[in-house]
Design a protein around this ligand. Structure first.
Ligand SMILES: Cc1cc2nc3c(=O)[nH]c(=O)nc-3n(C[C@H](O)[C@H](O)[C@H](O)COP(=O)(O)OP(=O)(O)OC[C@H]3O[C@@H](n4cnc5c(N)ncnc54)[C@H](O)[C@@H]3O)c2cc1C
Length: 559
């Protein structure tokens, strides 16, 4: 099934549900609604996943940190979603061992952490139920001081008593996870389009009947009609609500900024390592661990992704940018937390940043992130029929929140919601029962001289659908070749993105459909080569190629 950008279809009929926003929350809602038999449209003003959802630390949380707030409900939600995502996206979500050095005998000490790990295992007693036995999540344990030193040679030794070891999950490619869910939505019948902006609502009395939309490519405007509209625009949630012509219905959330850095080497292989900053940041709601900020150093491909820091942000969502000063502060705090790292600015190859919701009433002092998602029915709150707004807080729980949102959409249409199936339906590429067996088998059967490493990378990105990518190469053997000698990404992946995955701009392929530039600038020649494949597919002339290259370089601050 191809993702085809057909704006005619969007304007043609009345949909049951229109989702505004193609981040992880939007695509999960579109998939769920379509799977449950609704007619669904989704529009995204830029590219799918190009905002917050492609900037996460890639951790699929089991919610250990919610123990700080004794929030067992959220822990259960996270643990359950972690198991679900491992099951429905087995090629993308994998267990990640995490280590946190323990110091002294107080809140960061081994006794408290041992208790925390014990409770964590208790709350997550069923975490491996029904899952792939080759990818189970072991229980947590305390490791000795000497084992900790072996695993983290640069650890701060003063007062060290050992380390807490537990498992979370990491999503290998958060952008492909989102695109794969979108594929699944399209397979289930959803009509989706990127580069289409919702510009204003259309209304009949106090009922929202649809939206005016603008095609960012042609400049054309058109109307999309739907019974229920889901505002899934993340940081733009209030921006959308301001398009209601005079009605004041904004949510109670404001924005904060969040940031991660990508470093060009694995600082710790195999383990994610948590270290405490020496700064005075405090989560005043926390019942333990007050007084400093936690940096998580996670191994990802041949890189480390480190985060997450949070700051106040008072500007508009469209104007958000991280400054060089922010990067400098991040780096100096991190170097203080783990002085042996000696990280320099030039070690950072990419900065991930985005906006997260905070409670509007808590805008001073420490940043207080919104702890729980919100689904707002504007009929109940503002007397406005046909509109739901969603404020999500984690990539991890997007599927679960979408399930609850779609339940509400059914209720708004006066229908009993049928059973949600997204927790048991593999996403596009996820039809794999035992991941290691599947991977081994594919590597043995390797086609057309692709080596084991190449097959492995394809499986990690496309899962059981990797042969759909390679089928393009059957027409033209050259497509089995990498885009450039500096990257493992195959030319066939670029063709697949342009033909089947609605990649319209060069950056869509470089940053979201393939791994080409998700960790760092891929290099001028690789960019040229990728653009030339796109040019063949999308009939670009030389000046279009040049402008696409310039736009893509601008993302890396290279123009
Ligand atoms: C630095 C950082 C690290 C994080 N780390 C983690 C982590 O490790 N684990 C975790 O679980 N979560 C993490 N998160 C949180 C997680 O990334 C977010 O909760 C999630 O991605 C939000 O998704 P969303 O779909 O709500 O928003 P977005 O991804 O921002 O999507 C909203 C979309 O709406 C579109 N839109 C806006 N206006 C319009 C319009 N008028 N018309 C059409 N479309 C429109 C935007 O272009 C955008 O693509 C992190 C977040 C940040 C910033």
């Amino acid at each position: 099934m191809f993702m085809k950008r057909d704006l005619g279809l969007l304007g043609e009929k009345q949909f049951d549900v229109l989702v505004i926003g193609g981040g992880i929350y939007g695509v999960c809602a579109a998939w769920d609604a379509a799977l449950r038999g609704l007619s669904v449209a989704l529009i995204e003003k830029k590219d799918f996943g190009s905002a917050t959802s492609s900037n996460s630390l890639k951790i699929i949380h089991g919610g250990l940190r919610y123990l700080q707030h004794a929030d067992f409900k959220r822990m259960r939600e996270s643990i359950s979603e972690r198991s679900t995502l491992m099951r429905i996206a087995p090629h993308l979500v994998h267990p990640l061992p995490c280590l946190m050095p323990t110091y002294g005998h107080a809140v960061k000490g081994r006794e408290v952490m041992a208790l925390a790990l014990f409770i964590n295992d208790l709350v997550g007693f069923d975490r491996n139920k029904g899952g792939d036995p080759q990818k189970s999540i072991p229980g947590g344990r305390i490791v000795s001081k000497s084992e900790c030193r072996d695993l983290i040679p640069s650890v701060d030794e003063e007062g060290l008593t050992g380390a807490a070891l537990w498992y979370d999950c990491q999503v290998y490619n958060a952008e492909r996870m989102l695109i794969s869910i979108l594929h699944s939505a399209v397979e289930a019948g959803a009509v989706v389009a990127n580069y289409v902006e919702m510009t204003r609502f259309t209304k009949s009395g106090e009922r929202i009947t649809g939206v005016q939309a603008k095609d960012a490519i042609s400049g054309d405007t058109f109307e999309i009609r739907a019974q229920v509209i889901i505002n899934n625009t993340g940081p733009w949630v209030n921006d959308i609500l301001r398009r209601l012509n005079g009605r004041q219905v904004e949510t109670n959330t404001k924005l904060s900024s969040a940031m991660n850095i990508v470093v060009r080497r694995q600082l710790f292989s195999k383990y994610a390592v948590g270290v405490w900053s020496k700064s005075n940041f405090a989560d005043s709601d926390a019942i333990i661990s007050k007084g400093s900020r936690l940096y998580f150093i996670t191994p990802w491909r041949n890189y480390s992704v480190i985060g997450t820091t949070h700051g106040h942000y008072k500007g508009e969502a469209n104007e958000f940018q991280i400054s060089e000063d922010d990067v400098g502060t991040f780096l100096s705090e991190l170097n203080q937390a783990l002085p042996t790292l000696h990280l320099k600015r030039e070690d950072i190859c990419l900065v991930y940043s985005g906006m997260l919701p905070v409670d509007a009433r808590e805008q001073t002092g420490d940043v207080k992130l919104l702890k729980q998602y919100q689904i707002i029915d504007h009929k109940v709150r503002d007397g406005l029929e046909g509109l739901l707004s969603v404020v999500g807080v984690k990539y991890t729980t997007a599927r679960d929140v979408a399930q609850r949102t779609v339940d509400r959409a059914f209720e708004k249409m006066g229908k009993t919601p049928p059973r949600c199936r997204t927790s048991e339906t593999p996403i596009y590429g996820g039809k794999i029962e035992k991941f290691q067996d599947f991977l081994g088998e594919q590597k043995r059967r390797s086609v057309n001289n692709l080596n084991g490493e190449q097959v492995e990378r394809l499986v990690y990105n496309y899962g059981s659908e990797y042969s759909s990518v390679l089928k393009h190469a059957k027409e033209k053997m050259d497509l089995y070749q990498p885009v450039h000698e500096t990257t493992p990404v195959l030319k066939a992946e670029v063709v697949h993105a342009a033909r089947n995955e609605m990649a319209i701009k060069l950056a869509d392929v470089v940053r979201r459909r393939t791994e080409l530039g998700t960790a760092e600038f891929p290099g001028e020649e690789a960019l040229e080569s990728c653009a030339s494949i796109m040019a063949d597919e999308l009939a670009w002339n030389r000046s279009k190629v040049q402008s696409e290259i310039t736009d893509t370089k601008a993302i890396y601050n290279l123009v």
